[in-house]
Ligand binder design. Structure first.
Ligand SMILES: Cc1cc2nc3c(=O)[nH]c(=O)nc-3n(C[C@H](O)[C@H](O)[C@H](O)COP(=O)(O)O)c2cc1C
Length: 367
C-alpha cells in the first residue's frame, strides 16, 4: 500500500515517512491573518486556522499516515498534495531530508535562540540593488522626505568645550584612509598583503583563563575568543599563484585552499563592478562556535559582528600605509564564498570583506 502510494501520487512522499513543523518558522499577525516566515528558506505564507492547528500538532516527528487520520474528510490525493505544498513552502519538513539536515546544522546547533538565528540567516545571501537602483531610490525618497541630518551639533547643548586640534602624529595615517573604488588593475606585493593580514589578525601573545590558553591579538575580542579566520582570493598578488588562501594568524603564514582565477569575482560581493579590478579580496569569516562555546547570551552574536569592524579597520590602516586602498563591504554571497573557501560547518560564515587595490587617483566613485 505504501509503495503503491509512493509510485502513484508523489515519488518521494510515503505514508511511513515522518514529518514535523519546520524549526525555522516564525509567525506574526498581519491584516491577512497569521503570516509564517521560514528564515532558512526565506519563504512566507498566510496560515489559516487549520494550518495553524496542524503546525501546532506536528511539533514532533509523526508518520504521514498518522497525520492523514486527523483529516478523515479529505480525499487521499488532496491530502498528499496539501502536505507536499506545505513542505514546498517551508512549513513542514520530512525527516532525514536535506531540509531537515540543514535545520539541524543551522537551527538546532545555533545556541543563541531564534531571534539572533532569524537575523543571522535572513541576512545571508541577500540580493543587493545596483548602484543606479540605489541612487534612484534615494532621489525618489528625497523628493518627499529630506535626508536625515548627518551631524548632531553641540549648539544643541547648553555647555560647550573647545578641544585642541587632533595631534597629526596620532591621526595622520587614519586621516589618509579612503574607500577608493577606482583602482589600477595591477598587482600588490605579498609583503603588503602580509602586513595587512598581520595588522588585522596577528597574534602577539597568549592569555590563560580557568580552562586553557587564548590568543591575544592585534584587535580586541570578546572573551579573547578570536572567532575570525581570514581568507584571501588573490588574483594579482606578486609571488602568489592566483587562487584562494587561508591565513593562519598563529603561524603568520598562508596555505593554499585552491588554485583558480574567477571570471567575475564581483559576483561574490554584491555584483559591484569595481571589485573585478582589485588586486585581492580578504574575507573575514567568523567561526561562531568559538564564541558560542563560552557565551550563552545572544549578545555575543553582536559582539562577533563588532569585532569584524576592529579587524577591518586595522587592515585598512595597514593598506593605507602601503599606499593601497582597502574597500570594505558586507554585501556578500555567503554560500558562494563559503563553497570557495571550503567552509564545511554551518556555524562558520563570511561576515566582512576588504578589497585591496592600488588607487587610481584620477577619480573615485562615491556611494
Ligand atoms: C560595513 C560596511 C560596508 C560597506 N559596504 C560597501 C559596499 O558594499 N560597497 C561600497 O562601495 N562601499 C561600501 N562601504 C564603504 C562606504 O561606502 C564608505 O566607507 C563611505 O562611502 C565613506 O567613505 P570612506 O570609507 O572613504 O570614508 C562599506 C562600509 C562599511 C563600514
Amino acid at each position: 500500500m505504501g509503495a503503491a502510494l509512493c509510485g502513484e501520487l508523489r515519488p518521494f512522499l510515503c505514508p511511513k515517512m515522518k514529518i514535523r513543523t519546520s524549526q525555522a518558522l516564525i509567525m506574526c499577525p498581519d491584516h491577512e491573518g497569521t503570516i509564517a516566515y521560514n528564515f532558512l528558506k526565506q519563504t512566507d505564507f498566510v496560515c489559516n486556522e487549520e494550518v495553524l492547528l496542524l503546525l501546532h500538532k506536528l511539533n514532533s516527528w509523526k508518520p504521514i499516515e498518522a497525520v492523514e487520520s486527523m483529516f478523515p474528510e479529505m480525499e487521499r490525493e488532496e491530502f498528499y498534495q496539501s502536505i507536499q505544498g506545505l513542505i514546498d513552502i517551508g512549513a513542514l519538513v520530512v525527516q532525514d531530508s536535506p531540509d531537515a539536515r540543514e535545520e539541524r546544522a543551522k537551527v538546532e546547533d545555533w545556541e543563541w535562540g531564534i531571534p539572533s538565528a532569524l537575523f543571522h540567516y535572513c541576512e545571508q545571501n541577500r540580493k543587493f540593488v545596483s548602484r543606479s537602483e540605489a541612487e534612484e531610490m534615494q532621489r525618489a525618497r528625497v523628493r518627499h522626505q529630506a535626508m536625515v541630518e548627518p551631524y548632531l551639533l553641540n549648539d544643541f547643548f547648553e555647555t560647550q568645550i573647545e578641544l585642541p586640534q587632533a595631534a597629526a602624529n596620532v591621526t595622520e595615517l587614519m586621516a589618509k584612509r579612503r574607500t577608493q573604488r577606482n583602482v589600477m588593475r595591477t598587482g600588490i606585493s605579498v609583503s603588503a598583503l602580509s602586513d595587512c593580514l598581520f595588522a588585522g589578525m596577528g597574534i602577539l601573545d597568549e592569555a590563560e583563563n580557568c580552562v586553557g590558553k587564548l590568543p591575544l591579538s592585534m584587535t580586541p575580542s570578546g572573551g579573547a575568543r578570536n572567532p575570525y579566520e581570514a581568507y584571501i582570493y588573490a588574483p594579482r598578488v606578486t609571488g602568489l599563484d592566483p587562487g584562494f588562501y587561508h591565513y593562519s594568524a598563529k603561524e603568520h603564514s598562508l596555505a593554499k585552499v585552491k588554485d583558480g582565477v574567477l571570471e567575475n569575482p564581483s559576483a561574490l560581493i554584491g555584483d559591484q563592478p569595481w571589485i573585478n579590478d582589485m588586486s585581492c579580496l580578504v574575507f573575514l569569516c567568523a567561526d561562531f562556535r568559538r564564541t558560542m562555546w563560552k557565551y550563552k547570551d545572544n549578545n555575543a552574536y553582536r559582539v562577533i559582528l563588532i569585532e569584524a569592524g576592529h579587524i577591518g579597520q586595522n587592515i585598512m590602516l595597514a593598506a593605507t600605509e602601503h599606499g593601497l586602498t582597502a574597500c570594505p563591504s558586507a554585501a556578500l554571497a555567503h554560500n558562494e564564498i563559503s563553497a570557495h573557501l571550503q567552509l564545511d560547518n554551518a556555524l562558520q560564515s563570511p561576515v566582512y570583506a576588504l578589497a585591496l587595490g592600488v588607487p587610481d587617483n584620477s577619480g573615485n566613485q562615491l556611494h
